[in-house]
Design a protein around this ligand. Structure first.
Ligand SMILES: Cc1cc2nc3c(=O)[nH]c(=O)nc-3n(C[C@H](O)[C@H](O)[C@H](O)COP(=O)(O)OP(=O)(O)OC[C@H]3O[C@@H](n4cnc5c(N)ncnc54)[C@H](O)[C@@H]3O)c2cc1C
Length: 561
């Protein structure tokens, strides 16, 4: 067995000899750990090493119900699962390696990790990191498996699974370098938003979080930036993050904040999920609880031309809510035959139902004036934690996204360009165009915060996603073609709608095929991120697709290019 130093020396030698590819060890490779080594690791991690299977196989073996299959809360108990479970499949291997819900008779492992450490304390993760380094293994890091880019799973890998790091601890004065940062909550990296919202409600607080049940704030969410309907008031979730505790590639367990490992802290806030180490906890500012009002409206478009006109109207009204600092989700679903349904959900803090309705009235009048049909309108006021939270997330389906941060300037100057993009996308057959008014206000005002969040977030008004789904009967070759076509045809429509040549995209809800991901996801921060990566992860243990350093690796993260 070679020591870590021995392996590093061997790698250096082969590079110097002109053999430019380095491959991590895989089953069948003489360097891959033998059964005894895995058994020893299992003892070190208190028996918490698991053999991992694809979610469809796990579900079939335990006889789970269809409702469980599509429940993110239930799926969180399965180490192999991804919410969009196409990321568990390997469509391009010959033959394709699949394990599908509608047919588990011949399941392959696909891109599901081989083993997982079900960590309940940092020492488990430290042992996993050292083991992976010793045997030059591919690692994957997962909390909820929500990732839309498939970054929390990897073929032939050892999974460092943090779902069961579930501690939640409040303080009235969180100290960083002797400075009191005020009221905060420290959450384990497995804690889902639903749990945080319930816990903060108990103590009369709220945190900046998204509308989801199981997204992990201490996992990928803030590493990407983390948007919320309340971001126009409080900024992005990463702006509200005060500290991380993290296991690094060298096995050390460190704190990163404005004072300790401050360069790593800078990178962790927005520099891309999964590239830095294994976070065990994140500390976020808390804010006093308040009443929130959700105004919801469903609006039907009878043709894609009408959708264009209506979404131009929507774009013209996007600044209507600025004074009240409301956030809004505006999702257009393609229902076929040229028809589409806009679901607009506008969330206000400390605003009465009547005032919320008054704020929406000009938009609703103008959208009906272009022929759209207002199907219904509802208004609910409740504690913010109940308004923003979700009981569960829908999961167990296949699909991909593409997105762009839509500049405020484009809304001011060219709202009809944005509206026209909806027609093009719907005519192209996307499943939906999902808009998020989660920027401007405090997101812009926080531009002076030193973090790796792409500056495109600061000048954006909205984050707009195009989505495409497919079902289990789609052949592997069709899946590959669908994804390529989606990226080649649909995503450029969003990019063009920004009016920018160097448009930006939110790395957590985006397309993994972005060719210039360095600019699109990280903008001017990429060079500094690369330097920090070299310092904290010099051997590229933590590589995810479209993440910092991934340009050196093939798409499986197994061999250097
Ligand atoms: C239903 C749904 C709703 C969403 N709503 C919002 C929203 O309102 N606002 C928003 O901003 N985003 C939202 N997202 C996107 C979400 O921010 C990303 O999917 C995010 O990556 C999820 O992080 P996770 O840790 O929960 O997921 P995972 O799939 O477990 O991980 C995602 C990424 O984080 C890394 N990671 C996970 N755990 C750790 C860890 N402990 N240490 C280091 N790296 C880790 C993984 O390697 C991977 O790269 C939503 C997603 C879904 C599916």
């Amino acid at each position: 067995m070679l020591s870590i130093l021995g392996l590093a020396a061997l790698w250096t030698l082969t590079v110097h000899e002109g053999v430019d590819a380095r491959c991590r060890s895989q089953p069948g490779d003489s360097r891959f750990p033998k059964a005894q080594a895995w058994a020893d690791l299992n003892s070190t991690v208190d028996g918490r090493l698991l053999a991992v299977v694809p979610s469809a196989k796990a579900c079939a073996d335990m006889g789970c119900t269809p409702a469980q299959w599509s429940s993110a809360v239930f799926r969180n108990t399965l180490p192999g699962q991804m919410n969009t479970y196409n990321w568990e499949q390997n469509y391009t291997s010959k033959p394709a390696e699949l394990c599908l819900y509608n047919d588990t008779s011949s399941c392959s492992q696909g891109d599901v990790p081989l083993y997982a450490i079900n960590a309940t304390k940092p020492e488990h993760l430290q042992a996993g990191v050292l083991f992976a380094s010793q045997y030059d293994l591919r690692v994957a890091v997962k909390s909820s498996g929500h990732d839309y880019l498939g970054r929390s799973t990897a073929r032939n890998s050892l999974l460092l699974w943090t779902q069961y790091l579930q501690d939640v601890e409040f303080t009235d004065s969180f100290m960083v370098g002797g400075q009191d940062k005020g009221s905060a909550v420290t959450i384990g990296s497995g804690v889902g938003l639903k749990t945080i919202y319930a816990a903060t409600k108990e103590v009369g607080k709220m945190v900046v979080g998204g509308t989801a049940a199981t997204v992990s704030a201490g996992g990928g969410y803030t590493q990407g930036a983390g948007h919320s309907a309340f971001s126009p008031i409080y900024g992005l979730a990463a702006d509200n993050t005060l500290q991380y505790e993290i296991v690094l590639a060298n096995g050390s367990f460190v704190t990163a904040n404005e004072v300790l490992n401050s360069d790593l802290f800078w990178a962790l806030r927005g520099g891309g999920a999964g590239s830095w180490g294994v976070i065990t906890s994140a500390t976020m500012q808390t804010h006093s609880i308040f009443n929130a009002t959700a105004h919801r409206a469903n609006i039907l478009f009878s043709s894609t031309s009408q959708a264009a006109a209506a979404m131009t109207v929507h774009a013209q009204h996007i600044f209507d809510y600025d004074e009240l600092r409301a956030g809004q989700y505006f999702y257009v679903y393609n229902i076929g035959g040229g028809e589409s349904l806009l679901q607009v959900s506008t969330l206000f803090a400390n605003v009465s139902g009547d005032d919320a309705q008054a704020a929406l009235a000009p938009f609703l009048a103008d959208v009906q004036a272009v022929g759209a049909t207002l199907v219904n309108e509802t208004v609910v006021t409740a504690l913010v934690n109940d308004i923003v939270g979700a009981a569960d997330d829908s999961a167990g389906y296949s699909g991909v996204l593409g997105s762009r941060l839509m500049p405020a300037a484009q809304y001011e100057q060219n709202p009809s360009v944005i509206g026209a993009a909806y027609k093009t996308l719907l005519d192209q057959g996307v499943a939906g165009v999902l808009g998020h008014l989660v920027a401007g206000g405090k997101v812009l005002e926080n531009a002076d915060i030193s973090s790796a969040i792409t500056p495109k977030w600061r000048t954006a008004k909205t984050h707009v996603i195009a989505a495409m789904n497919w079902n289990d009967t789609t052949s592997p070759s069709d899946v590959v073609e669908l994804q390529e076509r989606f990226f080649a045809q649909n995503v450029p429509v969003l990019a063009a709608a920004t009016g920018e040549g160097d448009s930006g995209s939110y790395s957590n809800e985006a397309n993994v095929l972005e060719p210039d991901f360095k600019t699109t996801f990280y903008g001017p921060n990429y060079d500094r991120l690369s330097a920090i990566k070299a310092q904290y992860d010099p051997e590229d243990l933590f590589i995810v697709r479209a993440g910092v350093g991934s340009e050196r690796w093939d798409i499986s993260g197994m061999c250097t290019l």
